[in-house]
Write a protein that binds this ligand. Sequence first.
Ligand code: TMP
Ligand code: MG
Length: 349
Amino acid sequence: MLIINCCTRFHAPSSIRISVVRRRTHSQTHSFCCFGHENNSLAKSPMEQSNLSANTVMDHPRALTDKINLIRDAGPSKFQVIADFDATLTRYRVNGLRGQTSHGLLQQGNAYYDAKRQALYDHYHPLEISPLIPVDEKTKLMEEWWSKTHELLIEGGLTYEAIKKSVADSSIAFRQGVTELFEFLEKKEIPVLIFSAGLADVIEEVLRQNLHRTFKNVKIVSNRMVFNDDGQLVSFKGKLIHVLNKNEHALDMAAPLHDRLGVDTAEEDEENANMKKRTNVLLMGDHLGDLRMSDGLNYETRISIGFLNDNIEKSLESYREAFDLVYLNDAPMWGVLELVSQLFSTEAS
Ligand code: TMP
Ligand code: MG
């Protein structure tokens, strides 16, 4: 069992203040911290602060402070945010039950096809999370799963209307603070790349219905559908993105992302090239594999934030080693918002 044995206040340069609670196991010392910013209008109530603090884990506060300084010195024009969607931007639990994913919420309006997709889920999901299957073998299995599911969506004649209804009926919810985070980043003209092995059209509809607005800095890289004039799904664009090939190469592989907004391919290419010049990154994910989302980017400095939602006892050790900062138990985004607001405060930029 972990025992709290001392509490220090860690003073980082230039107004970053991090409360650190050091905890010692038999042989290791771990640090738990929460970002606090005095006189910061984004700061939450003492109760919210202490809840967040209790759900925040960080092993190397000084290393994180060094990264923060490097990113701040380089400025917002060199910075981008890469975020996974399901269980990272969205909550893992909604009203006490497992929240739905962009795939999971989809009801085709045809019970036969919904059941067939569910059967695929029941077969492949255990394989997805099995630590015993080698990556190349698992990659093939994931390709198989995603391809079969996409085929069923086409064969079952999914319509855009069914997507709208599915989202309206779904139990999917964003973490608290996501809107505020996107708003802050939009004001600073910092791009946010939402990287998902889910379904772009569903994610867009979730953003529309749950956040009630769009953000010009937010771009979705995910599997995108093509509908015919009758509003029926006929194909998918670009290369299939599954859970094991989610890395920034997917930016080049994925179909043009802003077709509907009338952005042409040349503009899209230029936009992607500009994204790659932003070599300081804040990466957020809920799986260790999400760390690979920045693979295609030759990044200089990366701050990684992991959301550990389930199996905390078993997974905490590997998460705290892999991520700079880990949030537990469906923590809200307030800590991330404070972090970016400290990186690029209004006075600094
Ligand atoms: P993410 O990349 O946004 O985390 O989404 C990928 C998740 O989608 C992955 O964990 C498995 C899940 N999934 C389903 O729930 N149903 C499906 O039919 C498929 C293909 C994936
Ligand atoms: Mg996820």
